[in-house]
Design a protein around this ligand. Structure first.
Ligand SMILES: Cc1ncc(COP(=O)(O)O)c(C=O)c1O
Length: 449
């Protein structure tokens, strides 16, 4: 049988043939024809210190010249120990324990397993189920996909997932029925508690959520007070709190942990993307002393990870990236840029009636497109506006991250900007201008703006 004409998933292949990248430096990439692209989203919110950083490349090369991989059951390594210390310091509090993996899905998978392992260790083996939220993305492995609320990506695998109960996303722009932007957090926290009680607290291992929802919600931060209430509710019912910070964490929102902003420490947390900034594959499942103290006496170790856990060259990349972020005080810059990016984006789109909301934190800002601003009605999914914007942006020499389905799993058009933490003011302006131009051009071509 012939291979399909285009093997890419539908949300990508309709953008047309992909250019072939040749090289990159800083915020710019070049394809094999010499066309330049500014990286307005660090790919999928990954390349947080730009491309081809000499210091990171040298650190990786030096590590490779010493040893590529010191297998975790035979050796510890400088890179592993240094990165563990850096992350523990950056997390603060009791989040000092971690297992390194090779990406976000694996990090989430390990978080889910740690929650189950904890409940077993403290003698609550009946707690096997997870509560998660609609409009969430936790990754593509079976467990991570099982807790995700991303319709298009789940459909082919329905029936084969772990036991997860999904509740409403907490979103100030689209509050749940009967709530306002101000009461959305409380209403959703209440739903969590009712769900725990309805299913029986003694069946629930953990609640997992993205503190600032990424691809599935479009940079939607938790409404004010939500994270604190969720923390209280989980504690009251013996349910662990897992923060999936794969996309919003590691400084993307202006604090190293996204939940720092809400004054909340989760029991378990996933990070990946920005940890080694795309130089090598790296993620981590980080856990609190409470979890560690429960599992260590019973099982002796977190029972997760694999051959490449703590891969030495990947950890060396992580150390170099995190050293640069700290030395150059990039988190302060990311935090300070939030208002600027939002106001530039709003101004550049001020004439566009279809912009319903501009939101997000730090260098993680999205514009949501709506057909009716008053009613917040999305454009019909068949228009594929977000895909057309992705394609137009590429033609305009911009990489941004448009996604769809944020409203109900099918409809909704979002354009995410996630610029490198260290891009210049001029580069930020270019990113925002090109994104606004691409949105305007697509709406005009569709007779919508
Ligand atoms: C919040 C969140 N969790 C998990 C993942 C999965 O990460 P990865 O694609 O590295 O497996 C992603 C990826 O986009 C994500 O945004």
């Amino acid at each position: 049988m012939n291979a399909p004409a285009n093997p890419l998933p539908p949300s990508i292949h309709s953008t047309g043939a992909l250019p072939k990248v040749a090289w990159a430096k800083g915020a710019y990439l070049y394809d094999i024809d010499g066309k330049q692209y500014i990286d307005g989203s660090g790919g999928p919110a990954v390349y947080c210190i730009g491309h081809s950083n000499t210091e990171v490349n040298d650190a990786i090369k030096q590590q490779l010249d010493r040893i590529a991989h010191g297998y975790r059951y035979n050796f510890t390594t400088d890179a592993l120990e240094q990165l563990t210390e850096i992350i523990a310091n950056r997390c603060g509090g009791t989040l000092k324990h971690m297992v390194f993996v090779t990406g976000g899905s694996e990090a989430v998978e390990s978080c889910l397993k740690l929650a189950l392992q904890y409940q077993t260790a403290i003698g609550r083996k009946s707690r096997r189920r997870f509560i998660a939220r609609e409009r969430s993305w936790h990754g593509n492995t079976l467990g991570a996909l099982g807790v995700s609320g991303f319709l298009e990506r789940r459909t082919p695998f329905e029936g084969g997932f772990i036991d997860a109960i999904r509740i409403s996303p907490a979103n100030s722009y689209r509050p749940v029925a009967g709530a306002t932007a101000e009461t959305a957090g409380e209403a959703c926290a209440k739903e969590l508690e009712e769900t725990i009680l309805r299913h029986g607290a003694d069946t629930i291992a953990a609640f997992i959520f993205e503190p600032v929802v990424g691809a599935a919600g479009g940079c939607a931060p938790a409404p004010h007070g939500y994270a604190k209430r969720v923390r209280e509710i989980c504690d009251r019912h013996g349910v662990l709190l897992i923060a999936d910070e794969v996309m919003c964490g590691v400084g993307r929102c202006g604090t190293w942990r996204a939940l720092e902003h809400d004054g909340v420490e989760p029991d378990i947390m996933s990070v990946a993307k920005g940890l080694a900034a795309g130089y090598l594959p790296l993620g981590a499942a980080i856990f609190s002393s409470k979890v560690n103290e429960a599992i260590m006496p019973v099982h002796g170790a977190p029972m997760t990870g694999g051959t490449f856990t703590g891969h030495t060259a990947c950890c060396a990349a992580g150390v170099a990236v995190q050293t640069i972020i700290t030395r150059e005080n990039l988190l302060a810059r990311v935090g300070a840029n939030e208002a600027r990016i939002k106001s530039m984006f709003s101004e550049a789109l001020s004439e566009v009636a279809a912009i319903g909301d501009i939101r997000g934190r730090g260098h993680f800002i999205a514009a949501e497109l709506v057909a009716d601003k008053e009613k917040k009605t999305p454009f019909p999914a068949e228009r594929k506006l977000f895909m057309k914007i992705r394609q137009r942006a590429l033609e305009n020499g911009l990489i941004c991250y448009p996604v769809g389905g944020n409203v109900d799993g099918v409809n909704g058009d979002i354009v995410i900007l996630a610029p490198p933490y260290n891009c210049t003011d001029a580069e930020l302006t270019e990113i925002v201008d090109k994104a606004a131009k691409s949105i305007r051009q697509v709406l005009a071509a569709e007779n919508l703006g």
